[in-house]
Design a protein around this ligand. Structure first.
Ligand SMILES: [Zn+2]
Length: 482
């Protein structure tokens, strides 16, 4: 099988081939994902988008593509200005603070950093340039210091949202203060208002509208036609529809080949909203549940199905992560204590079982990156490893190599097992060295029947989230899932 992705532009699954692959035989993908508006912590619904597209990116890398992954920071818009006023600070300071907070949470959730993370305010020249091209091509007009996109001049409008202009027109209104000719027109440049950040432009001082930044920055870093553009379904209209109109009106070229959107995340069966009081930030979720469990939870459903965030769902996810981590920890421990020649173990059979799982895992991700199915395969692999460990006193070196390799391969893509602390080397982890020496001291205390000391060591480690398990082969330890 080869990778297929559901393309919202054509409303069907299509075989994915990158443009550079077609034109220059280069395995290189251009991938743009809409990033956060940095006026606050991002919410758990956004976390879903960041996590699922992180997996798509990792999978593309796994199958041999160089992925140029661009995700922007919206650091100027109405929400930014409003919040900065509320907090008696500047828009720039607010942006700085929440970009740092974004990075903390994204890292906790295992989301790799983008190749480029451009900020709107650092690309004003590119934005103005894009607006100028749209003006030159007669698809925008100036109205009292604002610049608007002229939707009626763009017959393809609605190509992604799949609605015709008349239907869209019926639902559109001109808000107070907007100076547009038609309700569907949208702002490209907003004229300066007192107390707001503003930049010089050919149309007077002002600031960019929200939609234009993605068109401008995506062309700058990825070229005029890009392979993949992703985001949540709530961005299809108007944000992504507008991005297409702007970019294509400026360049005359197709903007995006594959449009990919993740479905909503519900909280206890309801859409998240500030008015319902069920608004949950990723930070609050990370403080309440292990970050790996949140990531696992997001990947346990297909990205095009809605997912319901509930305490029970998160507990199940945490127990799923623990099962996988325990399997990996048992395997690591057995590699040190149970390794040797074993003629009764059918290595060839084991190899072919793993090969079958390897194929199933790739088939799942090739099928519109079905992470739910891929996680299912990962559990089957863990079950097989557990069975082999249980049924054999001794296992050959190849068993451990094959098993550790397949777990590492799956987890490089999914990122749900996490680095095993017990496996990092002592040299680069002083904490591990300290734990190992305490475990040794405890073993000696037990031998000397000094149980007060051995219990004391066990309790002090437990207080630090380190769990000990005594086995005939020695003491195993692991860190609790945090
Ligand atoms: Zn965007």
């Amino acid at each position: 099988m080869s990778l297929t992705l559901y393309n919202d532009l054509t409303r069907k699954k299509e075989k994915f081939v990158a443009l550079k692959e077609l034109e220059e035989n280069k395995k290189e993908v251009s991938f743009y994902s809409c990033g956060p508006t940095v006026y606050d912590y991002f919410h758990i619904g956004n976390a879903r988008a960041f996590i699922v597209f992180d997996v798509l990116r990792r999978y593309l890398e796994h199958i041999g593509y160089k992925v140029n992954f661009v995700q922007n920071f919206t650091d100027i818009d109405d929400k930014m200005i409003h919040r900065a006023h509320q907090e008696h600070t500047t828009v720039a300071e607010l942006a700085e603070r929440f970009i740092a907070e974004y990075k903390k949470d994204a890292q906790a959730l295992g989301v790799h950093e983008p190749t480029v993370a451009p900020r709107a305010t650092e690309h004003i020249a590119e934005i103005i340039n894009t607006i100028q091209k749209i003006m030159d091509n007669k698809h925008a007009y100036v109205s009292d210091g604002d610049v608007y996109f002229d939707v009626k001049s763009w017959p393809k409008y609605g190509v992604l949202f799949k609605q015709n202009l008349e239907d869209l027109e019926a639902g559109a209104r001109i808000e107070i203060g907007e100076k547009k000719r038609d309700p569907l027109d949208f702002v490209l440049w907003k004229g300066e208002k007192p107390g707001e950040p503003a930049w010089d432009s050919p149309w007077g001082r002002g600031r960019p509208g929200w939609h234009i930044e993605c068109s401008a920055m995506s062309s700058k870093y990825l070229g005029e036609t890009i392979d993949i553009h992703s985001g949540g379904v709530d961005l299809i209209f108007p944000h992504h529809e507008n991005e297409i109109a702007q970019a294509e009106a400026a360049t005359g070229k197709p903007f995006v080949r594959f449009w990919i959107h993740n479905e909503f995340l519900l909280i206890d069966g309801e859409k998240m909203s500030k008015s319902l009081g069920n608004f949950l930030t990723a930070r609050a979720a990370i403080n309440k549940y292990p970050a790996l469990a949140i990531r696992f939870f997001m990947l346990s459903a297909h990205y095009r199905s809605p997912i319901n965030f509930t305490p029970e769902g998160l507990e199940q996810a945490a127990s799923g992560v623990s099962r996988l981590r325990n399997c990996k920890a048992d395997l690591d421990f057995a590699a040190k204590t149970k390794q040797g020649a074993n003629n009764n173990f059918d290595l060839e059979k084991y190899k072919s079982e793993l090969e079958k799982f390897n194929k199933d895992f790739h088939d799942a991700l090739d099928d519109d990156f079905n992470t739910a199915a891929a996680i299912g395969v990962l559990f089957e692999i863990a079950r097989l490893i557990n069975t082999c460990l249980k049924e054999n006193e001794i296992l050959p070196k190849e068993f451990f190599e094959l098993s550790l390799n397949i777990l590492a391969m799956c987890d490089d893509i999914l990122g749900v097992i996490g680095q095993d602390e017990a496996e990092s080397s002592e040299a680069d982890d002083p904490e591990r060295a300290e734990i190992e020496s305490l475990i040794k001291e405890r073993a000696e205390a037990r031998k000397a029947k000094n149980f007060a000391r051995s219990d004391e060591i066990r309790d002090s480690l437990k207080a630090r989230g380190i769990i000990l398990e005594d086995t005939p082969q020695g003491t195993k330890w692991k860190k609790e899932l945090k």
